[in-house]
Design a protein around this ligand. Structure first.
Ligand SMILES: Nc1ncnc2c1ncn2[C@@H]1O[C@H](COP(=O)(O)OP(=O)(O)O)[C@@H](O)[C@H]1O
Ligand SMILES: [Mg+2]
Length: 341
């Protein structure tokens, strides 16, 4: 088989779950020959997709080829791709803030929404992209869950607007809010990139991204495709959450994403009747973690029943809460701005 013929056949092969050819996606690292047998080397991060592709290529060429994977790609922890010189899929945004966490349920979306609104209250133009493919909650938290995807004449998606911010969520791509997004990570990644490019945000001072939790392909790709101005990391104070958040911090550091700081959510609880303070998840863990990794500590938000109620009702506490509640988020926004302006 000639190299050109192999390449021609490969052009018709699609990346698992995507409608793009693997040649198009520049996944073919090399086509060489060893002892008369062609060796196709693929440059892929995603283990699952590699195995699928390996099998389908072997079938395609009747096992007359060997499919290998570029060695550096197998050690994800030390090869994060070209995150030092990311592409810019969001040239419309002056600054990109990626809100992330080690695990789900710690308040990442609540912080994303209220931080975005706090920035808008200061007069900035803010877009909030809900990129949490596993739990897109931003629509509910901003009362935009009933909206449908709409396109303008230029084939761009029109973002929703509420509380002075523009909002777009991957959750709006499903027919109803309880339809799960059953995306492979490779598909999620490509859908997110499309979102970045296809939403008509206009000019933004800040694009805030509510990222999926953890340290996976999506975080990695976002860091490759966007010049992230600052990562904001949300955690709760208990040790199991802090273990996970440490991994998120290490990943950001490894992939050269500047860390704007750490937010400790659900820090403490003041009983509304007795005013007694309870440190339900322990005390001081967030500050200690920030110190350990030498990143700014942006502030604490207590566990507050009203914050939960406001969020479920789609009325962000920074807009509709009392002064104390507003100040938690405004102070975090101020500290973050002090880092990046
Ligand atoms: N400070 C807080 N006090 C009380 N409830 C909160 C607080 N922060 C978040 N919540 C609630 O906790 C749940 C999880 O928060 P969410 O922001 O959705 O987390 P994540 O995005 O990390 O999964 C939501 O119901 C939210 O309303
Ligand atoms: Mg969330």
């Amino acid at each position: 088989m000639r190299k050109e013929d192999i390449l021609k056949s490969l052009e018709k092969v699609k990346y698992p779950g995507l409608d793009r050819s693997i040649v198009d996606l520049k996944i073919i690292k090399s086509i060489e020959e060893e002892n008369k047998k062609p060796i196709i080397t693929l440059s892929m991060q995603n283990d699952e997709a590699f195995q699928v592709l390996q099998k389908s290529l072997q079938d395609l060429f009747d096992n007359d080829v060997e499919i290998r994977r570029e060695a550096s790609m197998q050690k994800k922890s030390i090869n994060y791709g070209d995150t030092a010189n990311p592409n810019n899929r969001a040239p419309y945004a002056k600054r990109v803030i990626a809100v992330t966490s080690g695990k789900g349920g710690v308040g990442k979306s609540t912080v994303s929404v209220n931080l975005s609104v706090a920035l808008a209250q200061k007069g900035f133009k803010v877009g909030l992209l809900d990129a949490d493919v596993y739990g897109p909650n931003v629509p509910r938290m901003t009362q935009t869950a009933d909206e449908k995807l709409r396109w303008n004449d230029n084939n761009k998606i029109i973002p929703s607007e509420n509380f002075g911010i523009k909002i777009m969520s991957v959750g709006l791509t499903t027919p109803s809010s309880d339809t799960p997004l059953v995306w492979r990570s490779s598909v999620a990644v490509s859908a997110l990139i499309q979102f970045l490019e296809d939403v008509d945000w206009g000019e933004l001072d800040f694009l805030v991204i509510d990222m999926p939790p953890g340290t996976g392909d999506i975080q990695l790709t976002m860091a490759q495709e966007l010049p992230i101005t600052a990562g904001v990391i949300v955690t709760t104070p208990q040790p199991v959450a802090l273990d996970d958040v440490s991994r998120a911090i290490m990943m950001f550091k490894d992939i050269n994403v500047p860390i704007g700081g750490l937010v400790e959510n659900m820090s403490f609880f003041i009983a509304p009747d007795t005013k007694k303070r309870y440190d339900i998840f322990g005390k001081g863990g967030g500050e200690a973690t920030a110190k350990k990794y030498d990143i700014p500590f942006l502030g604490k938000i207590p566990l507050d029943m009203q914050i939960r109620e406001f969020s479920d009702e789609g009325t962000p506490p920074v807009a509709m809460g009392d002064k104390l509640q507003k100040d938690y988020y405004r102070n975090i926004a101020d500290k973050l701005l002090a880092q990046i302006l």
